[in-house]
Structure formats: C-alpha cells, structure tokens
Design a protein. Structure first.
Length: 172
C-alpha cells in the first residue's frame, strides 16, 4: 500500500468513527468528513501541500463536532483519533515529498518510517496521559493536581521541542 493510500485510510478511519458516534447527526458528520476527504485526495493527487493543513483541520473539526454533540463525557478513543490524524498528515507529507526525485541513502526511508511511527506513538502516549487525567475525578487531592500539571507541562515541552527541530533532524 502506498503512503498516500495509508494516509487516506487513516483519515477515513477518523471520519468513520466520528460519524458512528452520533446516529442522528451521522449524515452531517459524514458530509463534512467527505469534504475533508475530498480535499485530502486533491492534495495527494495534485500535490498542493499548502492545503494539507486544511484537510487535517476539517478532520479534526469533524471529530470535535461529535465530542460537542455527544456530551460532556471524555472520549477514551480521542488519543487514537489524534494519532490517526497525526499519522495521516505525516504520511501525506511524506507522499508529497516522494514526488521530487532525490538521491538519498538506502536507509533513509526506513529511518523516516521509524521516525513517523515513533512520533505517532509518542503522540498517542501523551494524549493517553492527558485523557486519563481528564477522566479522573476532580478533587482527589494534591497528588492528582501535581500529576495533572506535570502532564500538561510535559505535553507542552514535547510539542515545543518537536517544533524547534529542523527538517534535517538537527535541533536549533
């Protein structure tokens, strides 16, 4: 399966899950999700990488719509949806990068695959911690408060660290 196809499958999984959460609004959620999927396919087929963020944003909006409409419960599948959208974006960007032939080492693709997999797993782990702490009952003492604050700081620090990396893999 190609990188573009894996990206599209990942996106479709998030939209399908979102549409299946609320039966009454499934047609609306699926329609908005289909718009995002069409935009993602346009990006993948035509190579307009500037629109990739918009396609992913629509996927996130579709998932967020179901969260708002479903009520105040914490969705335990949120880390999976987030990791799937992260993987979708990374695989789509990789697919777009493959359009330009470049001389590269043999192990570059394997290294990139490991990096993308590690990024998705790290995002899944961080999101799982945040969702677990959000699901914990409020008012259980100082320990939970400290643990929640630590988790929030670690998530922000990890995001800042990843944002500061150069495309060539070296930090600033």
């Amino acid at each position: 399966m190609t990188l573009a196809a894996l990206s599209a499958v990942s996106y479709a999984a998030v939209v399908t899950y979102a549409a299946s959460r609320e039966a009454k609004l499934a047609p609306v959620v699926a329609s908005v999700g289909a718009l995002g999927a069409a935009l993602l396919l346009f990006v993948l087929v035509r190579g307009h990488d500037d629109l990739l963020g918009w396609a992913l944003a629509i996927g996130g909006i579709v998932y967020a719509m179901t969260l708002v409409l479903h009520g105040s419960q914490v969705d335990e599948a949120a880390p999976l949806a987030g990791a799937a959208l992260l993987g979708c974006g990374e695989l789509a960007a990789w697919s777009l990068d493959e359009r330009w032939p470049a001389k590269a080492d043999r192990g570059l693709a394997a290294s990139r695959a490991v990096a993308v997999g590690g990024l998705c797993l790290a995002g899944l782990a961080a999101a799982t911690i945040v969702v677990s702490l959000a699901a914990a009952p409020v008012g259980r003492g100082l320990g939970w408060t400290v643990l929640g604050a630590t988790a929030a700081v670690l998530v922000v620090a990890t995001a800042a660290r990843l944002a500061r990396r150069r495309p060539d893999g070296e930090g600033r």
